[in-house]
Design a protein around this ligand. Structure first.
Ligand code: ADP
Ligand code: ADP
Length: 235
């Protein structure tokens, strides 16, 4: 068991955005979160690495465990937590620095400066993101010159470089063209051999293609959750 969410309620001030949500996210699975806009998918995703802590007025009750340990305990190291539970956003957000430095960034934050090790990690991560062949001759070029699809794969490489256990993805393809979307879907199929993935998508076909389990949200509630092949073959 990788993440276990029990009876989670979340309030933005007076507004309750999540109602009694419980979900188990097994290791090496892709769990897709589906539902209409405003139903709480992103809010739920952001509680899994405590990104919501950054928003003023947020209140949470319930339990979220990573490998059996509460991530909301008081002495939790949030930098460490976000290394273990990485996040890929809807819009690619490369840092305005070189391709190499983008991928090496997280490792440097965590104190790794050995050039040879960084070289290895950068190559391994870019290969994992199916980007190595496209960029190996221009690692020193700015990431801002890449296409949107390349930038999103770079952002995935940047997350993988620190070897997270769980990768959260918030509609990672919604800003991308169909070919880039396909590449990312192929990559997700590879990634789940190593990582646990929780992915928000508004695209049912995408959920059916990439996920092992699907959870439907509606008005802040998790209304259905099952294996994806069961959900999509129901009469
Ligand atoms: P999404 O594309 O995930 O549905 P939205 O467009 O709803 O995102 O929201 C974009 C940003 O605005 C998010 O960071 C979200 O937290 C914030 N946001 C959404 N609704 C509100 C609100 N009612 N009050 C303040 N911030 C909000
Ligand atoms: P989804 O990702 O499914 O589109 P969100 O999690 O972005 O939904 O939003 C769920 C609800 O919480 C919406 O009513 C939204 O307006 C509200 N919300 C989201 N972010 C904020 C925020 N930062 N402050 C206040 N309300 C928010």
């Amino acid at each position: 068991m990788k993440m276990n969410i029990k009876n989670l309620n979340l309030y933005y001030g007076d507004h309750q955005a999540l109602y009694d949500v419980s979900l188990e996210v097994p290791e090496n699975h892709v769990v897709a979160l589906i539902g209409p806009s405003g139903c709480g998918k992103s809010t739920f995703l952001r509680t899994l690495n405590r990104m919501n802590d950054l928003i003023e007025g947020v209140r949470i009750d319930g339990e979220i465990q990573l490998d059996g340990e509460s991530i909301y305990q008081e002495n939790m190291d949030l930098v460490e937590l976000r290394k273990r539970v990485g996040m890929v956003f809807q819009r690619p957000n490369p840092f305005p620095m070189s391709i190499y430095d983008n991928v090496a960034y997280g490792c440097r934050v965590h104190g790794l400066n050995d050039r040879k090790k960084l070289d290895e990690i950068v190559e391994r991560s870019l290969r994992g993101a199916a980007l190595w062949d496209e960029v190996k001759d221009r690692l020193k070029s700015s990431a801002m010159g890449m296409s949107g699809g390349q930038q999103q794969r770079l952002c995935i490489a940047r997350v993988m470089a620190v070897e997270p256990e769980v990768v959260l993805m918030d509609e990672p393809c919604s800003a991308l063209d169909p070919i880039s979307t396909m590449k990312i879907e192929e990559m997700v199929a590879e990634l789940k051999k190593k990582y646990t993935i929780v992915m928000v998508t508004h695209n049912m076909q995408q959920a059916a293609r990439v996920s092992d389990e699907t959870a439907f949200f509606l008005n802040g509630k998790l209304i259905e959750h099952d294996k994806t092949d069961v959900i999509f073959t129901k009469p």
